[in-house]
Design a protein around this ligand. Structure first.
Ligand SMILES: Nc1nc2c(ncn2[C@@H]2O[C@@H]3COP(=O)(O)O[C@H]4[C@@H](O)[C@H](n5cnc6c(=O)[nH]c(N)nc65)O[C@@H]4COP(=O)(O)O[C@H]3[C@H]2O)c(=O)[nH]1
Length: 730
C-alpha cells in the first residue's frame, strides 16, 4: 500500500520547547541570588554588630588604660603624704586625646591602708546634691571590698545613674629596705555620666550608647560589672548595613527579573513565530510532496496522480479498479464533544485501521477533514469492492480508546468502479463523491455504489445550492398558472401559481428540484414572499378568479407568516377572499396549536385555506375537523392509480364524500382524461385541475384562456388546444 512519511527537525519548535526550562532556570537563578543575598546581608549585619561591640569594648578599654596612666602620673607627681588635698582641678581629666576630650572626670582619689581610708587626697569640687552621697557609698563599698594588698584592682561600678570606674594601685613608694612602709593603696574613682557614655559610643563610631537597667530588647547590649548589685547594660541600636542595601537590592532584583522575563517573553514570541513558519513551510513541503501532515498518508494531489497512473496501467493490462470514498460519520460531533486533539487522534487511528486492511498495491489517502479515499486494485467485479467495504465497516465498529475516552465511529463509503463507471479520473472522483453522498443520505454506516441518475440529481442540486439565492434576488424565477375549473361548466374559478426557474445554463428547473433546497438553505421565506407578491400582482388582472398559492410548512411556521401575507395582500390591493393558500398536512402536524392560531387569523382576514395533496400523508379526519380548511385537494397520484387499482377509486370516492360531508370544496388534481372527469363528476367532486384543461401556463396565456367564452365541450377542447400550443409545459 502506498503510504509514505518523512520527519524533519524543527529547530525553532525545539528551542521553543526548551524555553520553559530556560525560564524556570532564570527564575531559579534569580531566587537563588536573592537567597544568597539574604544570607550574606544577615552575615554582614552580624559582622557589623560584632564589630560595633568590639569597637565599644575597645574604646572603653582604651579609655580605662588612659585613666590608669593618669593615675600613674598622679601617683608620680602628687605628694600623697601632704596634708592638703589637691583640688579636683589639679587632677586633670584624661584629656589630650580628642576622642575623650569630654568623657568622664575624676571624682575622688582615696588613699587606703588596708581596709581603712587614710586620707582622701583629692575630691571633685563640684559636688551636687546626691553625688557626694554616691561617692561616699562607693567609698564604703570599697572599704567593704578592699583590694588585696599589693594588687592593683579596677572595675566598673554602676551607681545612681552613673558608671564609676574604680582603679586601684599600690601606692607604696620605693623606700630603703630598713624603713618599713605601711601598705597603701590609692583608689581613683572616675565617673562617667550618661552623656559621657554616649560620647564614648559616638567616639567608637557607633550609634549613641545608652546606659540602662532594662534595655530595649531590639538593641544590642554590653552588660557592665555592677559591684553594688545593680544590673546595668550599655545598649545601642545596632546598625544593619543591609537595611540600606536591601531596598536597592530588591529593586535591582525586581528590575532584573522583569527585564529577564520580558526578554524571555520576546524570545518566546519570536520563536513561536519562527516555529509556526517552520511548521507552515513543512506542511507546504509535505503538500508539495503529496503528503497529508496529520495522518502521514498521501493527500488529494498525490491520490489523483496515483489514480491516473493506475487507470493508465488498467488500460494496458485490462485490470479493473475501484475507487472508494470514505467519510467518518458524525466526525464533527467528535470534534465538538471531545475537542480537536481527540479528533486528530481518531483520524490517525482510522488511517491505521484502513491501511491494515489494504494490500500493498492499493492506495490509501486522506483527502482532507474526515474524508479518506482508497484505490483498490485488481477489482474484477463489484463484489470485490463490496467485500472490502464490509471489512472496512466492521473495522470501524470497534470503539477507539484513548486513555479515558472511548469514541465510537462509523463510516459511509461511496464506491465507483473502473472501467464499468468510467475510465476518466475526474469523472470517477465525482461519481465516487456522489456515491458517498448517497451512502450518507441512506442512513450512514453503509456503502453505496454509484448510479448515473444519482450523479445528475446531485449535480443539479449543487447548481441549485450555488445559484438559487441569486436567482431570487435577481427576480429570475417565473410563475406559471394552472386553471382550476368548476366541474359543472368548466368555468375557471381559480388558478394555482406554480414557480419555475429558467436557469441560464441548465434550462427550466421544476419546483420539486429546488423547493427542498430552498427550505434547507433558509431561502424558502424569501422565495415564498416572492411567489406571493408576484401571484397577487398577476391575479389583479383576473377579477373573480381566485389565486391559489403553495405554502411550504417551514414558511407557514415562520413567526411573521400571517403578518407578511397580509402585508403583501394589502400592498397588492387584492381582495383577501380571492387568495387561497394551499397547505400540506405537514403544516399542522408539528405544532398544531400554533398552526391553528395562524389559520384562524388568516381566515379572520378572509384568506381561504386548502389542504393540498390530501390522501398522501396522514389524511387524518381530526385535522379536517379541527382545522378550518375551505377545500381539500385530492392528490393526483390517486387518479393515476385509479385506473389500475380499484382501491384508489374507492379512496377517491371516500375522500369526495368526506369532503362534501364536512362542507368543504373538493378539488381533484391531475385530471388528464375524460374518463377521469366523468368518474369525478359521478362522485360529486366540485372542481378539477389537470392537463385535460390546461398545463401550468404563463400569466399571458391565462389572459387568453379567461377571455374565451364557450360551452363545456368547447372550453375543454379550447383549453386543451391552448395548453398544447404552449411552449411552457412543465
Ligand atoms: N402529471 C400531471 N401533473 C399535473 C397535472 N396537473 C397538474 N400537475 C402538476 O402537479 C403539480 C401540482 O402542484 P402541487 O401538487 O401543489 O405540487 C407542487 C408544489 O408542491 C410545489 N410547488 C410549486 N410551486 C410552488 C411554490 O411556489 N411554493 C411552494 N412551496 N411549492 C411549490 O412543487 C410541486 C410540483 O409542482 P409542478 O412541478 O408545477 O407540478 C404541479 C403541476 O404541474 C396533470 O394532469 N398531470
Amino acid at each position: 500500500m502506498l503510504l509514505s512519511g518523512f520527519r524533519t527537525a524543527r529547530p525553532a519548535a525545539l528551542i521553543g520547547r526548551l524555553l520553559w526550562p530556560i525560564a524556570l532556570i532564570v527564575v531559579a537563578v534569580i531566587a537563588g541570588m536573592l537567597l544568597a543575598l539574604t544570607y550574606m546581608s544577615n552575615s554582614v549585619d552580624q559582622w557589623s554588630i560584632a564589630e560595633q561591640r568590639q569597637r565599644i569594648v575597645g574604646t572603653l578599654t582604651t579609655h580605662k588604660t588612659k585613666v590608669e596612666q593618669r593615675l600613674d602620673t598622679i601617683l608620680a607627681t602628687t605628694d600623697l603624704t601632704a596634708s592638703e588635698a589637691p583640688s579636683a582641678a589639679s587632677l586633670p581629666n584624661v584629656a589630650g586625646d580628642h576622642a575623650f576630650a569630654h568623657a568622664g572626670r575624676f571624682d575622688a582619689l582615696v588613699i587606703m591602708e588596708g581596709p581603712r581610708i587614710v586620707r582622701t587626697v583629692a575630691l571633685s569640687g563640684t559636688d551636687r546634691a546626691g553625688e557626694h552621697g554616691s561617692r561616699e557609698a562607693l567609698v564604703r563599698f570599697f572599704l567593704s571590698n578592699p583590694p588585696t594588698p599589693g594588687q592593683a584592682i579596677d572595675h566598673f561600678v554602676y551607681h545612681d545613674s552613673a558608671v564609676y570606674l574604680l582603679v586601684a594601685k599600690d601606692a607604696r613608694r620605693p623606700k630603703p629596705a630598713a624603713v618599713a612602709a605601711p601598705h597603701r593603696t590609692v583608689v581613683l574613682i572616675y565617673r562617667y555620666t550618661h552623656g559621657d557614655v554616649e560620647e564614648i559610643g559616638r567616639a567608637s563610631g557607633s550609634a549613641p550608647v545608652t546606659l540602662s537597667r532594662q534595655p530595649d530588647p531590639r538593641h544590642q547590649i554590653l552588660p557592665i560589672k555592677s559591684s553594688l548589685g545593680d544590673t546595668v547594660s550599655l545598649s545601642w541600636q545596632p546598625s544593619s548595613p543591609s537595611e540600606a542595601v536591601w531596598p536597592r537590592l530588591v529593586g535591582i532584583a525586581a528590575l532584573t527579573s522583569i527585564i529577564a522575563l520580558i526578554a524571555l517573553g520576546i524570545v518566546w514570541l519570536v520563536i513561536r513565530r519562527l516555529a509556526r513558519d517552520e511548521i507552515r513551510d513543512q506542511e507546504s513541503s509535505r503538500r508539495l510532496a503529496g503528503q497529508d501532515a496529520l495522518s502521514g498518508l498521501p493527500n488529494r494531489l498525490s491520490f489523483s496522480m496515483r489514480l491516473e497512473q493506475e487507470l493508465a496501467r488498467g488500460q494496458r493490462t485490462g485490470e479493473g479498479l475501484a475507487v472508494l470514498f470514505l467519510d467518518i460519520d458524525r466526525f464533527k460531533d467528535i470534534n465538538d464533544i471531545y475537542g480537536h486533539a481527540i479528533g486528530d487522534n481518531v483520524i490517525r487511528i482510522v488511517a491505521q485501521r484502513l491501511s491494515d486492511l489494504l494490500r500493498g498495491a492499493d492506495t490509501l489517502a486522506r483527502l482532507g477533514g474526515d474524508e479518506f479515499a482508497i484505490i483498490q486494485t485488481g477489482v474484477s467485479a463489484h463484489h470485490d469492492a463490496e467485500a472490502l467495504s464490509r471489512r472496512i465497516l466492521d473495522a470501524m465498529k470497534k470503539p477507539i480508546e484513548m486513555g479515558d475516552t472511548i469514541v465510537s465511529v462509523g463510516a459511509s463509503i461511496g464506491i465507483v468502479l473502473s472501467p464499468q463507471n468510467s475510465t476518466d479520473r475526474e469523472t470517477l472522483l465525482r461519481l465516487a463523491e456522489t456515491a458517498l453522498y448517497q451512502a450518507k443520505n441512506g442512513g450512514r454506516n453503509r456503502f453505496s455504489f454509484v448510479e448515473r441518475q444519482m450523479d445528475e440529481a446531485l449535480r443539479l442540486r449543487k447548481v441549485v445550492e450555488d445559484d438559487l439565492r441569486k436567482a431570487i434576488e435577481n427576480d429570475e424565477l417565473v410563475l406559471h398558472y394552472q386553471p382550476q375549473v368548476e366541474i359543472d361548466n368548466y368555468t375557471v374559478v381559480a388558478v394555482e401559481a406554480l414557480v419555475r426557474w429558467p436557469h441560464p445554463v441548465h434550462g427550466m428547473i421544476a419546483p420539486e428540484k429546488f423547493i427542498t433546497v430552498a427550505e434547507e438553505r433558509g431561502l424558502i421565506i424569501a422565495l415564498g414572499e416572492w411567489v406571493l407578491r408576484r401571484a397577487c400582482t398577476d391575479a389583479m388582472r383576473w377579477p373573480g378568479v381566485r389565486i391559489a398559492i403553495n405554502v411550504s410548512a417551514i414558511q407557514f411556521r415562520h413567526r411573521d407568516f400571517v403578518s407578511d401575507v397580509m402585508r403583501i395582500i394589502t400592498d397588492c390591493g387584492i381582495d383577501p377572499t380571492r387568495v387561497e393558500l394551499e397547505l400540506t398536512e405537514s403544516v399542522v402536524v408539528k405544532d398544531a396549536d400554533a398552526a391553528e392560531e395562524a389559520m384562524i387569523e388568516l381566515r379572520a382576514h378572509g384568506v381561504r385555506l386548502a389542504l393540498d395533496d390530501f390522501g398522501t400523508g396522514y389524511s387524518s379526519l381530526i385535522y379536517l375537523r379541527r382545522f378550518a380548511f375551505d377545500k381539500i385537494k385530492i392528490d393526483r397520484s390517486f387518479l393515476e392509480a385509479a385506473e389500475t387499482t380499484g382501491e384508489s377509486a374507492i379512496l377517491i370516492h371516500s375522500i369526495v364524500h368526506l369532503g362534501r360531508a364536512l362542507g368543504l370544496t373538493v378539488t381533484a388534481e391531475g385530471v388528464e382524461t375524460h374518463e377521469q372527469l366523468e368518474f369525478l363528476r359521478a362522485l360529486g367532486c366540485h372542481e378539477l385541475q389537470g392537463y385535460l384543461f390546461s398545463k401550468p401556463v404563463t400569466a399571458e396565456e391565462i389572459d387568453v384562456i379567461l377571455a374565451q367564452p364557450g360551452t363545456l365541450e368547447e372550453r375543454a377542447t379550447l383549453v386543451k388546444k391552448v395548453a398544447r400550443g404552449s411552449k411552457s409545459a412543465p
